[in-house]
Unconditional design. Structure first.
Length: 85
């Protein structure tokens, strides 16, 4: 199963709860303050599909980046991507 990183930049209103709730519902784990890792249960999900899904939980002026991860490295993370169940 693929691992995806979801990174966001909530600007003016910074309405975090609805986005964070949806990330948690999808089994996401927070890696850094605004970076989450998720391993969707749908095998053929794409970055574009995930971005379209999460777009519903942010405002028009916010930024969002979804990437499919094949390799990663980090330092002083809150959690590590393999921690995803």
């Amino acid at each position: 199963m693929a691992i995806f990183f979801v990174e966001y930049d909530l600007r003016k209103d910074r309405n975090y709860p609805k986005l964070i709730e949806e990330l948690e519902k999808m089994g996401g784990i927070r890696i850094l303050k605004s970076l989450w890792a998720i391993k969707p249960v749908v095998a053929d999900l794409t970055c574009q599909g995930l971005a379209s899904h999460f777009r519903r939980y942010i405002d028009n002026d916010d930024g969002l980046l979804v990437s499919r991860v094949t390799d990663w490295s980090g330092f002083n993370l809150l959690r590590r991507p393999p921690d995803i169940n």
